[in-house]
Design a protein around this ligand. Structure first.
Ligand code: CA
Length: 254
């Protein structure tokens, strides 16, 4: 099963790199790519490397998205259906100074120079690997001095619950919680969004990194154990509340 392989590779990466470095490299990436196959592959690859990725298929969607919520970085395909890539780049530059990496099939020197002059921070010639793109993203973010801004806070506290992302530890009051890797990921995801209702679909996509196709039991099993470890149950919830038909949220008990 491919999702299982992806989880293993993410786990390997977590083990292979110092955690601080891993967290510092995480970024919110806007991926502008109209080719569905390329887009899907890049989405998965970037998400596996810990980035939060939004993908759009046209320059106008990209402009709208950047205006609405500034990502840490934009990966811009030059061959878009609605606008010429260099025009798209210029228009993006007109509204934001967010780092932009151009993904292009053209590699003649003239067009590359023109793109860099028009405000691109870097460019990559297709096809390229996810690892290569990830390395370029880290470099561009470091250069732009934005890496630290995209790092999430190291500790989340909700009521007496404390989740330390750096140490990957959680405690309730004085009591340290013995959580499995996925239980911790699940709790950390909810604790980063206290009070917000998080859907099953979002949890599957963001915590399990798999599409939501009737895998609801996965979440239920992990929630069951997480609740037990928090000393509560679905019938008598304290921190972990079920919002029927919608999802879950983590709240400080009354
Ligand atoms: Ca294209």
């Amino acid at each position: 099963m491919t999702h299982r392989n992806r989880q293993v590779s993410l786990h390997d990466r977590l083990g292979a790199f110092p955690r601080e470095q891993y967290l510092l490299c995480m970024a919110t990436v806007l991926l502008v790519e109209d080719d569905h196959v390329v887009r899907g592959a890049m989405l998965r690859s970037l998400a596996d490397r810990g980035h939060a990725v939004h993908a759009v298929g046209t320059a106008l969607e990209a402009l709208r998205r950047v205006a609405a919520e500034t990502p840490d970085l934009v990966v811009l395909d030059l061959g878009l259906p609605d606008l010429d890539g260099s025009d798209a780049l210029r228009m993006l530059r007109g509204i934001t100074d967010v780092p932009i990496i151009i993904a292009t099939a053209r590699d003649d020197e003239q067009s590359v120079v023109r793109l860099l002059r028009a405000g691109a921070d870097d460019y990559m010639v297709k096809p390229f690997t996810g690892a290569h793109l990830d390395a370029r993203i880290a470099t561009v973010l470091r250069r732009a001095g934005r890496a630290s801004r995209s790092a999430p806070p190291a500790v989340h506290e909700v009521g007496e619950l404390r989740v330390d992302l750096g140490e990957r530890s959680a405690s309730l009051g004085e009591q340290a919680l013995a959580l499995t890797r996925k239980e911790f990921d699940l709790l950390a995801y909810l604790a980063a969004r206290p009070g917000r209702v998080v859907s099953r679909r979002e949890l599957l996509e963001e915590v399990w990194r798999q599409p939501s196709v009737g895998e609801d039991q996965t979440i239920d099993v992990h929630l069951y154990w997480l609740r037990r470890k928090l000393g509560e149950s679905a019938a008598k919830p304290r921190y972990l509340r079920t919002v029927r038909g919608v999802g879950f949220r983590l709240v400080a008990p009354d």
